[in-house]
Design a protein around this ligand. Structure first.
Ligand SMILES: [Zn+2]
Ligand SMILES: [Zn+2]
Length: 151
């Protein structure tokens, strides 16, 4: 399963929250910002999907929390699995939802294209480089226009 326009499904550990996603890209990014590190316990491996291309099942089991003035994070109320991150302000990423790579039923076939907040990555591990882009926190914040505030 790979290629543009792929349909994929996935869900949380207990199965109370499930999703079907259309037009799933064959790429993902890794974020090492402090909120993502604490939220995941490591780093967020994220697949960005248009929010309108996502259908949730068990949405009443999803809890959300604003992790900054411009983003929210969601998890399953029953099992605690993190299910999405999204921007809530109408910025250049508004309208997309980032799903953790690990909650897809089939997590294979995705290519790593960007690793961000690389200057905040713990020094104890590294992801294999196949030529993907590395961006520091300053480079990311300059792109987003939110100087000094993490997601
Ligand atoms: Zn669950
Ligand atoms: Zn992050």
């Amino acid at each position: 399963m790979s290629g543009q326009g792929t349909t994929r499904s996935g869900g949380c550990l207990c199965g109370a929250v499930r999703f079907d996603a259309r037009n799933v890209p064959a790429t993902f990014s890794i974020c090492h910002c402090e909120p993502c590190r604490r939220w995941t316990g490591s780093a967020l491996l994220e697949v960005s999907i248009k929010t309108e291309d996502l259908t949730w099942h068990g949405a009443d089991r999803i809890a959300t929390r604003a992790s900054s003035d411009w983003a929210e994070r969601a998890w399953c109320r029953d099992c605690g699995t993190n299910v999405y991150f999204r921007h809530t302000r109408e910025d250049k990423w508004f309208g997309t939802t980032d799903l953790p790579l690990g909650i897809f039923d089939d997590a294979s076939g995705f290519e790593l294209t960007h690793e961000i907040y690389v200057d905040h990555k713990p020094d104890s591990f590294a992801y294999e480089s196949k030529g993907h882009k590395h961006l520091t926190r300053a480079e990311v914040l300059a792109l987003q226009g939110y100087m000094g505030e993490d997601e």
